[in-house]
Design a protein around this ligand. Structure first.
Ligand code: PLP
Length: 397
């Protein structure tokens, strides 16, 4: 059987593969510490589970409108009002089968062959491949630790060409945990408005922000940006609902209608039961988020203190999300048992085999100097894992 060329143009998600490999090893009895996970390690709140059980009891188990039920759209609109101070109409909201699916719909609806999409790196693994699947060209704009892993207005402007259709901005970022300040967003907004650039603002981690850092979305910077910005959010990370597969976008009605048409000919509606559960998540008590934040902050602080003691590793301290992205490149060129460690894949492989740690090589995010650790795992595992890491690093010469 001859497969389509588009299959060759993309890679399977590195983060999902690492997670699957770690789970396989754990299932076969190997005591692997999984720093690869991209999902909170807390259970879905009870009131959300109850709402799903009730939906099943009520036989809410049939097709729903393609773009989500009215009650869920209302809950999403209320959340946007609370969190962004913006009001949307139901025709400006689309509920999809997870945030990833929502981004996929946007790319399919916006991009023609070879249209360009600006993606600052390090980036979330799936952006470039979702763009490629839609026939578009990812234009990767590198950032670095000194820049806080954030794109500057100058770099953004340099990357804009007449073929540029979209700019993807993700704050807090996966994999770096960087959060753009209001001032940084204001500077970017000038370029965005000047060039009438359409922006996909991936705000999926917006409730996971540490310390006194206040979070802003690019769409809030200027009222006219509402026309140009598509907001992506969802319940996966905030409400520990990764498996339920509910994500959503807010944007111009014409774009939402185009995405809904695409969704109607691919997945149809998102899961009916998960939609009811999501209403409970959005409208119900929010105190579980604070507990999760407290735990993530303690773990993040532990990582930062740990790496301060290893002078060979540099680090941009994450301000949000649940990832840390330290730079291990000073170890590249060293060897283990004669075998060279040349890049982040070699390093991640070495650490999986010798330290029994599952983590994601930075190359998957477009930054080969780094490795991504998720701290969505217990403090006990973090302490044990970091001890194993240091022991293994000492074996390199
Ligand atoms: N955007 C970013 C930056 C992510 O890290 C993820 C998930 O890892 C998503 C979007 C997609 O989330 P979902 O699980 O809802 O598809």
């Amino acid at each position: 059987m001859k497969l389509a060329k588009r299959v060759e143009s993309i890679e399977p998600s590195a983060t999902l593969s690492i997670n699957a490999r770690a789970k396989e090893l754990i299932a076969s009895g190997v005591d692997v510490i999984n720093f690869g996970v991209g999902e909170p390690d807390f259970p879905t709140p009870d009131h959300v589970k109850e709402a799903a059980i009730q939906a099943i009891r009520d036989n809410f188990t049939r097709y729903t409108p393609v773009g989500g039920i009215a009650e869920l759209k209302e809950a999403i609109i209320s959340q946007f009002e609370r969190d962004y101070g913006l009001s949307y109409q139901p025709a400006e909201i689309l509920v999809s089968c997870g945030g990833k699916h929502a981004i996929y719909n946007v790319a399919q609806a916006l991009l023609d062959e070879r249209d360009e999409v600006i993606i600052p790196s390090p980036y979330w693994v799936s952006y470039p491949d979702i763009v490629r699947l839609a026939g578009g060209r990812p234009i990767i704009v590198p950032t670095n630790e000194e820049m806080g892993f954030k794109i500057s207005p100058e770099k953004l402007e340099e990357a804009i060409t007449p073929r540029c259709k979209l700019f993807i901005l993700n704050s807090p970022s996966n994999p770096t945990g960087s959060v753009y300040t209001k001032e940084e967003l204001e500077a970017l907004a000038e370029v965005i408005l000047k060039h009438k650039l359409v922006v996909l603002s991936d705000d999926i981690y917006n409730k996971i922000v540490f310390d006194d850092m206040s979070w802003h979305s690019i769409v809030q910077i200027d009222p006219s940006l509402k026309e140009q910005v598509i907001i992506l959010n969802g319940v996966s990370k905030t409400y520990c609902m990764t498996g339920w597969r509910i994500g959503f976008i807010a944007g111009k009605a014409s774009l939402i209608s185009a995405c809904t048409k695409i969704q109607s000919q691919s997945t149809s509606n998102p899961n009916s039961i998960a939609q009811k559960a999501s209403i409970a998540a959005l409208n119900g008590p929010q105190d579980e988020i604070d507990k999760m934040l407290e735990a993530f902050k303690e773990r993040r602080d532990y990582f930062i203190t740990h790496f301060k003691n290893n002078k060979s590793v540099t680090l941009y301290p994450p301000e949000g999300a649940f990832y840390i992205f330290p730079n291990f490149s000073s170890y590249y060129g060293k060897r283990f048992n004669g075998k060279p460690i040349s890049d982040s894949i070699d390093m991640a492989t070495f650490l999986m085999e010798e330290a029994l740690l599952a983590l994601v090589p930075g190359s998957a995010f477009g930054e080969d100097c780094c490795l991504r650790f998720s701290f969505a795992t217990s403090m006990e595992s973090i302490k044990k894992g970091l001890n194993q890491l240091e022991k293994a690093l000492q074996e390199l010469c």
